[in-house]
Design a protein around this ligand. Structure first.
Ligand SMILES: [Fe+2]
Ligand SMILES: [Fe+2]
Length: 261
C-alpha cells in the first residue's frame, strides 16, 4: 500500500540567523527580515503619522530641542526610532501587532520635548494618551505605549518595563548620526555635536539564534576620538544592555570593526 506523503514542515532554511538594519529610515535594511506572524488589526503607525496633533508635537519637539542646543529630535529621529523598534521585535519573532505598537511608541517617544526637555518622557506619555485614544487604540495598547514613552530616558530613571519599551530604548539610544547635528559651524561643535557628526553609519543587528543585539557604528576618529563617544554614551549603552537583557539577548557594541562591549 502506498504511504501518504510525510507532512510538510515549514522550510525555515531561508531564514537568516542574523538580520540587520541600517539605522536610518531612508536606507533599507541590509538583510530581509521575515514578516511578523499575526495581524496588525487596529490603528497603525501610518494613522499616527498622519494625525495633525502628532505632526504639531513632533515639529514642536524639534523646535524646542533646537532652541536649547540639542541635536535633531524631529520627524527623522521619530521615524528612525519607530523603524528600529519595529525591526528589533520583528527580528526576534514577536507578533505583528506588538511590532506595530513598538513602532508607534518609538515614533512618539520624544513628543514631550515639545513642552520641555525636563521630564519629557513623562509629559510625552501624558500627551500621547488623548492622541492614542482618539485614534482608537485599545486601552491596553494606550497603557503599553504610554509606559514605554515614560520609561525611555535613562537620565529620568527610565528602565525597560516591557518588550515594547526595551525595543524603543535600544532604537533611541543607538540613533547617533551625522545628520542629527544642526550646528553649521564645526568650530562651534560641542561634544554631542562632535560625536554625532563623527558617526557616519549606525546599524542594528539582531542574531535571533545567537540571542545577540549588536550596534555597529562607523566613527570618523578624525572628528571625535572613541573616548568622547564613551564619555557621553556609556550610560546609553548600559540602557541598551539592560534592554537587550529584557529581550533575553546580550548586547554588543562594535565601533569601526572592533567589539568594545
Ligand atoms: Fe528622549
Ligand atoms: Fe529620542
Amino acid at each position: 500500500m502506498k504511504q501518504p506523503p510525510a507532512p510538510q514542515r515549514p522550510d525555515d532554511t531561508a531564514t537568516p540567523d542574523e538580520v540587520s538594519k541600517v539605522h536610518r529610515p531612508e536606507e533599507a535594511g541590509a538583510v530581509a527580515v521575515p514578516e511578523p506572524v499575526g495581524h496588525v488589526a487596529g490603528p497603525t503607525l501610518d494613522d499616527v503619522r498622519a494625525d495633525d496633533a502628532v505632526r504639531l508635537w513632533i515639529r514642536q519637539a524639534n523646535q524646542v530641542t533646537g532652541a536649547i542646543g540639542y541635536t535633531e529630535h524631529g520627524e527623522r529621529h521619530a521615524s528612525t526610532c519607530a523603524e528600529g523598534a519595529h525591526f528589533i521585535l520583528r527580528a526576534l519573532g514577536h507578533d505583528a501587532r506588538r511590532c506595530e505598537i513598538a513602532a508607534v511608541a518609538g515614533y512618539l517617544h520624544d513628543i514631550g520635548n515639545g513642552i520641555s526637555r525636563d521630564r519629557h518622557g513623562q509629559t510625552g506619555a501624558l500627551l500621547a494618551k488623548d492622541i492614542l485614544r482618539d485614534l482608537r487604540f485599545t486601552p491596553e495598547e494606550v497603557v503599553l505605549i504610554m509606559a514605554a514613552i515614560a520609561s525611555h530616558e535613562e537620565d529620568e530613571g527610565g528602565l525597560p518595563i516591557s518588550a515594547v519599551s526595551a525595543a524603543v530604548i535600544i532604537a533611541d539610544k543607538s540613533d547617533v548620526h551625522r545628520s542629527r547635528v544642526r550646528n553649521s559651524k564645526s568650530t562651534a561643535f560641542d561634544i554631542h555635536d562632535r560625536v554625532n557628526y563623527a558617526a557616519t553609519k549606525a546599524e542594528i543587528k539582531v542574531g535571533r539564534r545567537e540571542k545577540l543585539i549588536t550596534l555597529e557604528l562607523s566613527v570618523d576618529t578624525e572628528v571625535a576620538p572613541i573616548m568622547e563617544y564613551f564619555e557621553i554614551f556609556l550610560t546609553r549603552m548600559i540602557s541598551c544592555r539592560r534592554s537587550a537583557e529584557f529581550l533575553h539577548c546580550a548586547f554588543a557594541l562594535v565601533i569601526n570593526g572592533t567589539r568594545l562591549l
